[in-house]
Design a protein around this ligand. Sequence first.
Ligand code: AMP
Length: 173
Amino acid sequence: MYEEIKQAIRDVPDFPKPGILFKDITTALKDKRCFRLIIDALYDVLKNEPIDKIAAIESRGYLIGAPLAYKLGCGLVVLRKPGKLPAATLKEYYDLEYGSAALEVHQDAIAPDERVLIIDDLLATGGTAEAACKLVLRLKGRIAATAFLIELSDLNGSKKLRPYGKTISLLQY
Ligand code: AMP
């Protein structure tokens, strides 16, 4: 099953910069069977975790985080790129595999002690997910786990995320 998902993910060399092998999940999501396999497989791995909310990272994290939140029966919080959220926000800056960026969250998105599962499509260096963890902790939430469809193991992102709790990935490369 995981092999079927792997085969549906397209490798795009030198995108968005030379030297980056981009893992394009659109080819997996457009296939109705594969999309369902992805969400069901993540659900199976996560269904016994105590989770109040999923915090999904813009933008590909939403494609996985939203259906998963629906299936797990938990709330959905969006972590967005700067300037997109309309109400009062907190911001965290971070370094990317290709550049630097920031994430924002609404200040009232997470209540103290809520157990939050952080979701993104892919874990590379872990900088993005670490910024997400910091936002959740600044709001006094608890991190249930960080979870990804894809982990690029050589980049040691799971090591960077170790201080924040358990890291789960479906496919490792
Ligand atoms: P990082 O902060 O280094 O863990 O990078 C993870 C974020 O960048 C995720 O939101 C990914 O969608 C994106 N990303 C980084 N590297 C890749 C890659 N090789 N293919 C696809 N997306 C990537």
